[in-house]
Design a binder for this molecule. Structure first.
Ligand code: MRU
Length: 343
């Protein structure tokens, strides 16, 4: 993928989102001009990934202001519309953090709001670049083998999931650029296939060798010694290092612990929620049953089955070997806790 490709892009009067529900078969952009459409796009995962929905939420404040102007809303009505954007999904703290940040400029008007949203986007790309370098340095040094590395990842954490470049996938891209990557095992990431549809698409664009594997294959691949380390992103990291990420992540972390290989989380500090003490306090989004009872609109489970569809799970900090942020790497399982080191 070209580094210039942006999941979220302000056109000057509207928000252009790459419609991630259509990938990898169609690359289409959705032009968002009103708050209802933005909330729906965030909830349907047209735009998804914690930093990307943070950036979309940041520009959502501008959309609310513009729509308010067109439709004669009061300031309270604009704020109520912004609150709906802020609450469109509950788990990724970036959405709330970025909306709140931009709202600090609300009283200064549209230009100030747009400046702040652009800063959110620019800083996320810079953070991703820094994480790429820190994470790649750490892996090369700590895994300590001369040959290129075999890395497992879960969900999608690339340019599509961020303002640009990627978090965990940014580290993988950096390893590849340094000639230190042999292959990526990309978990397909049931039920919405962010791994096989989106991560694999980005890896193909980058010419990075990879396998897509069923989520259920991950533990076996790790225990057979076919992987040197796993690296994933995060939606919210509590002060004690407990990490909410796409459902299936905790199984990867457990397998890494058993195999004695590093399990890394790469996330900008906007994903660290120091107000949340531990993972028990993280609100895990429960999505519709049909996502697990159906496949591509066709019912696969028998009538009468109920679906259980948590979108995320929580990996205990004790299983997180390293947390890669734009400030460096914290060895969380060794006691370097975000609540103490990132205040
Ligand atoms: O439901 P999604 O696709 O928004 O979930 C995304 C993830 O869980 C990502 O791993 C996380 O947001 C980090 S993206 C850099």
């Amino acid at each position: 993928m070209s580094q210039e490709l942006r999941a979220v892009h302000w056109t000057g009067s509207s928000l252009a989102l790459i419609d991630q529900t259509l990938l990898p078969h169609r690359t289409e952009t959705m032009d968002v001009r009103d708050v209802d459409t933005l909330v729906d796009a965030i909830q349907r995962l047209v735009v998804r990934g914690a930093p990307a929905i943070g950036a979309a939420g940041a520009y959502g404040v501008a959309l609310a202001l513009l729509q308010g102007e067109r439709e004669g809303w009061s300031a309270d009505e604009v704020c109520a519309a912004v609150a709906r954007v802020r609450e469109a999904r509950p788990t990724a703290v970036n959405l709330m953090v970025c909306v709140d940040r931009v709202m600090t400029r609300f009283d200064e008007g549209l230009d100030a709001v747009l400046d702040e949203a652009a800063a959110v986007q620019r800083e996320d790309i810079e953070a991703n670049r820094a994480m790429g370098a820190y994470g790649a340095d750490w892996l090369v040094e700590r895994v300590g083998v001369e040959r290129p590395l075999r890395i497992l990842t879960h969900c999608n954490t690339g340019a599509l999931a961020t303002a640009g470049w990627g978090t965990a996938l940014g580290v993988i891209r950096e390893l590849h650029a340094r000639g230190r990557l042999e292959v990526v095992y990309a978990d397909e990431t049931r039920p919405l296939l962010q791994g096989s549809r989106l991560t694999a698409w980005e890896l193909v664009q980058e010419g990075i060798p990879h396998y897509v594997q069923a989520d259920g294959a991950a533990a076996g691949t790790i225990l057979r010694g076919e992987v040197d380390a796993a690296i994933v992103g995060a939606d919210r990291i509590a002060a004690n290092g407990d990490t909410a990420n796409k459902v299936g992540t905790v199984g990867v972390a457990l397998a890494c612990a058993d195999a004695g290989i590093p399990f890394l989380v790469a996330a900008p500090t906007t994903t660290v929620d120091l107000a949340t003490k531990n993972g028990e306090d993280i609100h895990i989004e429960l999505r519709g049953e049909d996502e697990v009872l159906e496949w591509s609109g066709v019912r696969t489970a028998p009538a009468g089955s109920r679906g259980h569809n948590p979108a995320f799970d929580v990996t205990p900090g004790r299983l997180v070997t390293g947390l890669v942020t734009e400030r460096g790497v914290l060895q969380v399982s060794a006691g370097e806790l975000p609540g103490e080191r990132l205040r």
